[in-house]
Ligand binder design. Structure first.
Ligand SMILES: *[C@@H]1O[C@H](CO)[C@@H](O)[C@H](O)[C@H]1NC(C)=O
Ligand SMILES: *[C@@H]1O[C@H](CO)[C@@H](O)[C@H](O)[C@H]1NC(C)=O
Length: 192
């Protein structure tokens, strides 16, 4: 009996926890940001605290507009990157997962399961980073904003932030943590 209970505990310990849900995009004329070789885009989030069994990324859902892309030559890449001095700094050894996108659509949701384990430290800020091979803004994948508004009440530590690069050198800038801000539409889920 003791053994059965022990396995039961192990099973119930493995669970999925949402780290960030910024909501679906608005139904009408949602805002969004084009992702190009010069302009990578990132959303900040914090890992779970008090999680003594270890945690890693299970998956992330993102919602984008691919209506204007070249369906034969476009890819986006996703990675989870640590925070250094409030900015995303991706590990040198980390290879982002790259997805060719063949579907032109005004609104499409992708579910990303990292191909390699993305382990997270407890109670630590990370970034979900999107890059792309698209050069022209007008042909870019547009990462829609989610409809959830963030501010001091819902996000007292300013974890939920947007960051973008100013060039392909990955020189990041973080948007100010304005009250009522939105960030790119994402659901980030950890497995514990
Ligand atoms: C992510 O998307 C999948 C597929 O649409 C859905 O089943 C799942 O519930 C979504 N996760 C969250 C946290 O919303
Ligand atoms: C969050 O950002 C706002 C706006 O920049 C700032 O006033 C506030 O002090 C920040 N809070 C923390 C905990 O850093």
């Amino acid at each position: 009996m003791g053994l059965v209970k022990f396995f039961g505990l192990l099973l119930s310990a493995a669970s999925a926890q949402v780290l960030l849900d910024s909501g679906a995009p608005e139904d009408n004329l949602p805002w969004g940001s084009p992702v190009t070789t010069d302009q990578a885009l990132a959303v900040g989030f914090r890992s779970l605290s008090g999680c003594n069994v270890g945690q890693s990324i299970d998956y992330a859902n993102i919602t984008v507009n691919t209506a204007n892309i070249d369906t034969k030559a476009t890819w986006i890449a996703l990675d989870i990157c640590p925070t250094v001095n409030n900015l995303p700094v991706c590990d040198k050894g980390s290879t982002p997962d790259r997805f060719p996108i063949h579907t032109a659509s005004k609104r499409i949701q992708f579910q990303w399961f990292p191909s390699a384990a993305k382990k997270l430290l407890d109670d630590t800020r990370y970034w979900l980073v999107m890059t792309s091979n698209v050069v022209e803004m007008g042909q870019a994948v547009i990462w829609y904003d989610g409809r959830t508004r963030f501010g001091p009440k819902s996000d007292p530590k300013n974890d939920t932030l947007s960051a973008f690069t100013l060039s392909s050198n990955m020189d990041w800038v973080v948007d100010e943590a304005k009250d009522g801000r939105t960030v790119a539409s994402v659901q980030i889920v950890a497995k514990v």
